[in-house]
Design a protein around this ligand. Structure first.
Ligand code: LLP
Length: 427
C-alpha cells in the first residue's frame, strides 16, 4: 500500500509501513485510547477551510460550518477559533456551538421542523438568520418573535428543483424532497413575509444536496436563485445575502470533486456577470470541511472464513459508523501496519468487514482485499463527517472515544462512553 492509493486526506499517510495521521502513528493511538476510536487531523480541517478562504478572499462572504457533519465540541472549537459561522438545525446544536465559543451573530438556523422553543432560544441568543422552509413556519416565526418582542431575521429556503446527481437520501433540492419552498411559490411567499411585523427579510437560501461532485448542479441552482432575486427585488424587497448551502463532495473512493476555490471561482463569475457581486455570500459546508480529516480506528476480533464469504469481524459497527448501512456508502479500509504481512509471506483474502451488531446490515466494507490477523488494527478512512454525529447506542454499545491530532500532539476530545453513561437516565 502506498500513499498514492489512499483516498482522501494528504494528512493520512504511511511512514515506515505504519499508518500515520499527521505525525502520530495510529497503532500508538489505539494502544493508548482503545478502539473503536475516531481521530481527526486539525491540519486537514484547516487545509479544507483554506480552500474556501482562498475563494472568498476580497469578497463579502462567510463560511457557516454545517455542524451536523460533526458536532463534537473539540471539532467545533477549531472552526470557531478560525472565526467560522455555523449552520445549525436544532436547539441542541445551538447550545453546543455556543458552548464551543461560536458567535451567535454568525449562526444560521436551517431545518424543516423548528419548534417554538428552539426558535425562542435562537432569538434570545441573537442569531444571524433563520432559513425558513415553509409558509407555515413563517407564521410561527412571526408569532414567536412578536411574543418575545423581537424581530426574526429570515431567509426563505427555496427549492430550485435541481438534480444534485447524488444518492437519493442526500439529495434535497428536488420537488419531491421535503425541503424548502417551491421555486414557483417563492415570490408570493416573500411578498407575504414582507407584511409580517415580526419578520425582517435578510436573504435567500438554497441547499440542493450532499456529496455533490460536479459543478453544473451548483451553476444551475445559482442561476435559478438569481432569477428569483431579480423578481423579488423588482417587487421592492431587498435581499442582503445569498446563501448557497453546502454539499460539496469529498474523495471516498477516487471521486474527484472540484476544490472549493475552483467551484467558487466559477460561481463568483456567475454572480459578477449577473450584477450580484455586492451581496453577502453565505455557504454551509459540512462534509468538505471535516470528512477527510477523520479516521475511525478499529481492531479485528475474529476472522471467519466460509465457502461463499469471508468475514473480518471488527469492534466498530453500524452504531459507530452508520453510512454503509444507511446509504451503502463506501469507506476505504486499510491496515495500520503493513510490514509484518509481507515478511510472513501471506497473501490477501477478500473479506466483508463487519461489526458485532445483530443486523445483516451491519457492515463497514464489502469484498475488501486484506492481509490481516486477529488483533490487527484497521483504519476506516474519510470518517470525519456523518459518522460520530450519526452514531447511536444500538445493541447497548457505548459511543467511541475521539481524539484531535495537531502535528504530534494528541488531545482526547471525547472519552469513551461507559455502561454508567448508558443507563444514567433510566430507572
Ligand atoms: N446545509 C443544509 C441545509 C443541509 O441540510 C446540509 C446537509 C448541509 C448544509 C451540509 O451539507 P454537506 O456540505 O455536508 O454536504 N448523512 C448524510 C449526509 C446528510 C446531509 C444533510 N444535510 C451522509 O452521511 O452522507
Amino acid at each position: 500500500m502506498t500513499d498514492k492509493q489512499l483516498p482522501g486526506s494528504p494528512f493520512v499517510h504511511y511512514k515506515n509501513d505504519s499508518l500515520m495521521l499527521e505525525e502520530v502513528p495510529l497503532t500508538q493511538l489505539i494502544s493508548e485510547y482503545g478502539t473503536p476510536l475516531f481521530a481527526y487531523s486539525k491540519a486537514a480541517m484547516i487545509h479544507a477551510l483554506n480552500a474556501y478562504e482562498r475563494a472568498f478572499k476580497g469578497r463579502r462572504a462567510r463560511i457557516h460550518y454545517a455542524m451536523k457533519a460533526n458536532s463534537s465540541l473539540g471539532v467545533l472549537r477549531v472552526f470557531a477559533q478560525r472565526n467560522c459561522g455555523f449552520d445549525i438545525v436544532s436547539g441542541g446544536e445551538l447550545a453546543r456551538v455556543l458552548a464551543a465559543g461560536g458567535k451567535a451573530e454568525q449562526i444560521i438556523f436551517s431545518g424543516v421542523g423548528k419548534t417554538r422553543t428552539e426558535i425562542k432560544a435562537a432569538l434570545d441568543a441573537g442569531i444571524c438568520c433563520f432559513n425558513a422552509e415553509s409558509e407555515a413556519e413563517l407564521d410561527v416565526l412571526n408569532e414567536v418573535a412578536l411574543e418575545c418582542k423581537k424581530v426574526a431575521p429570515i431567509s426563505l429556503r427555496v427549492n430550485p428543483n435541481v438534480d444534485a446527481k447524488t444518492h437519493p437520501y442526500i439529495s434535497t433540492g428536488l420537488k419531491d424532497n421535503k425541503f424548502g419552498i417551491a421555486h414557483e411559490r417563492a415570490l408570493e411567499t416573500y411578498k407575504r413575509a414582507a407584511t409580517l411585523k415580526g419578520l425582517k427579510i435578510k436573504g435567500i437560501d438554497c441547499h440542493i444536496g450532499s456529496q455533490i461532485i460536479e459543478i453544473s448542479p451548483y451553476e444551475d441552482a445559482v442561476s435559478l436563485v438569481l432569477d428569483l432575486v431579480d423578481d423579488i427585488e423588482k417587487a421592492g424587497i431587498h435581499i442582503e445575502h445569498l446563501d448557497f448551502g453546502g454539499g460539496l463532495g469529498i474523495d471516498y473512493a477516487g471521486e474527484t470533486p472540484p476544490a472549493a476555490d475552483a467551484l467558487w471561482a466559477k460561481l463568483f463569475a456567475l454572480l459578477d456577470a449577473r450584477g450580484y457581486a455586492d451581496r453577502d455570500i453565505f455557504v454551509e459546508p459540512g462534509r468538505s470541511l471535516i470528512g477527510n480529516a477523520g479516521v475511525c480506528l478499529t481492531k479485528i476480533e475474529y476472522l471467519k472464513t466460509g465457502d461463499h464469504k469471508n468475514f473480518c469481524i471488527v469492534d466498530a459497527a453500524m452504531n459507530d459508523l452508520p453510512r454503509p448501512a444507511m446509504y451503502e456508502a463506501f469507506h476505504a479500509i486499510v491496515p495500520l501496519q503493513t510490514n509484518s504481512r509481507q515478511t510472513a509471506n501471506t497473501s490477501n483474502v477478500l473479506y466483508d468487514v463487519v461489526g458485532p451488531v445483530c443486523e445483516s446490515g451491519d457492515w463497514l466494507g464489502k469484498d475488501r482485499s486484506l492481509n490481516v490477523r486477529v488483533g490487527d488494527g484497521l483504519a476506516i478512512l474519510s470518517a470525519g463527517a456523518y459518522c460520530m454525529s450519526m452514531s447511536s447506542n444500538y445493541n447497548s454499545r457505548g459511543r467511541a472515544a475521539e481524539v484531535l491530532i495537531d502535528q504530534n500532539v494528541t488531545t482526547l476530545i471525547r472519552r469513551r462512553e461507559t455502561i454508567e453513561d448508558l443507563i444514567r437516565q433510566e430507572t
